[in-house]
Write a protein that binds this ligand. Structure first.
Ligand code: GLY
Length: 405
């Protein structure tokens, strides 16, 4: 049954932090905006650790992405101030810096290589001896062989960020449709809205698909513009640091431990987040004994004292990965349809710049300079990433939440 037909300038499909920031910024620019998602603010922001790790998560071959990551990191303090003012909520931003350490000679070689890449990229990082690392963070294991001090990689609490964005959207006049979108509506070669699973039609001048790892599964999207995103599973643990143990860690600490990456993110409220696995497991979000074991094993080798702490939560989320690990931002070849997805490991970091970029595109039709390398058209001729089949119970309609960890 078609009930129809709400109409707005912009319809955002997906209420994770990327969909929310897009809706907030669009509404601020005077566009009437609707956001459709059964649970706005849910999704992978509920799992992510919230590292803003432009420098420490630098990878070979990702120099272009680095530019966007740095642009977003630079916007964070102002973004947080504006969001906290608009929402009346705090988001747990901590300008605490990060220490990346090595535990054996292979890990040290890996970290030396990263240091060289950072220097070649003009980034600030300082090599420290094991003793200097332990002076900064006394809970580190005595075996730490050296490390990199990066004072510009901070953190935010993604759960608080998501809640604040929901409130800021509400206050800016975004209309929430707490429901699943069933399919995109296309008329005369143009995206003109969407149909909810209950048959309600939503009309819109422009549609933004911000569905995280499931962005490629929305029915009605022409094959040629389906975003090539796939889920990459991340398991994450949460521990609590009792007040008597504080300060347990004063900054984010991370390491490669015999080839596997682990990070510990200490929040001001005593939460300690340990992450994350990186698994190509399709849509599976099971927390496994093996995943928890590996994270605790590596974290314990790094910080032996964690075994004293209560383990309060285990959870898995899905990063929306694109073929080049960078997001897809802006207009597609289908008039009226934009993408804001594929943020992979950097969804939280890229939230401020994504909001600004999408608002600019939606109001002017132009991608700003900083986002041009990330136009969806770069994959127009590339073969689609093979997306695993979605179990019917999990995906009878596309889930819309941003899933990056
Ligand atoms: N950026 C952290 C992660 O993806 O695990």
């Amino acid at each position: 049954m078609v009930i129809s037909a709400d109409s707005s300038d912009v319809l955002v499909v997906g209420g994770g932090i990327i969909g929310l920031v897009t809706a907030w910024r669009a509404a601020q620019r005077g566009l009437s905006t609707t956001l459709a998602d059964p649970e706005p603010g849910g999704g992978a922001a509920q799992v992510a650790a919230g590292m803003l790790a432009a420098v420490t998560e630098l990878h070979h071959g990702e120099q272009t992405l680095l530019g966007l990551n740095l642009a977003s990191a630079a916007r964070y303090p102002e973004f947080v101030a504006e969001l906290e003012e608009a929402s009346g909520r705090t988001v747990g931003f901590r300008a605490c810096g990060t220490l990346s350490v090595a535990l054996d000679s292979d890990d040290r070689a890996h970290l030396r290589e990263l240091h060289t890449l950072q220097q070649r990229s003009g980034l600030e990082s300082e090599w420290l001896s094991g003793r200097e690392c332990r002076r900064l963070e006394p809970m580190l294991a005595p075996g730490v062989r050296g490390g990199l001090r990066v004072d510009d990689d901070h953190q935010v609490d993604p759960r608080r960020l998501a809640s604040a964005l929901v409130t800021a959207c509400e206050r800016a006049g975004v209309a929430f449709r707490r429901a699943w979108v069933g399919r995109l509506r296309v008329t005369d070669g143009r995206a003109v809205g969407a149909v909810l699973r209950d048959g309600t039609e939503l009309a819109a001048g422009q549609v933004v698909l911000a569905g995280g790892s499931l962005s490629g599964r929305l029915e009605g999207v022409p094959e040629a513009v389906v975003p090539p995103v796939r889920p990459v599973k991340g398991q994450v643990l949460r521990l609590t640091v009792p007040a008597a143990y504080a300060p347990f860690l004063s900054r984010t600490v991370r390491a490669v431990v015999r080839g596997s990456h682990v990070y510990l993110v200490p929040r001001a409220d005593g939460e300690l987040v340990i992450g994350a696995t990186s698994e190509e497991m399709g849509w599976d979000t099971t927390v496994t004994a093996g995943g928890v074991y590996e994270l605790l094993r590596d974290a314990h080798e790094l910080i032996p004292g964690i075994t004293e702490l209560p383990l309060t939560e285990t959870r898995a989320g899905l990063r929306p990965a694109s073929p080049d690990n960078a997001p897809l931002l802006g207009p597609t070849a289908l008039p009226g349809l934009h993408l804001a997805t594929g943020h992979h490991r950097n969804g939280v970091l890229l939230t401020p710049v994504t909001g600004d970029v999408m608002a600019h595109v939606l109001t002017t039709g132009e991608l700003p300079e900083v986002a041009r390398p990330f136009a969806p058209g770069r994959f127009a001729r590339a073969p689609r990433a093979a997306a695993p089949a979605v179990p019917a119970s999990r995906y009878t309609a596309p889930a819309q939440q941003e899933q990056s960890v």
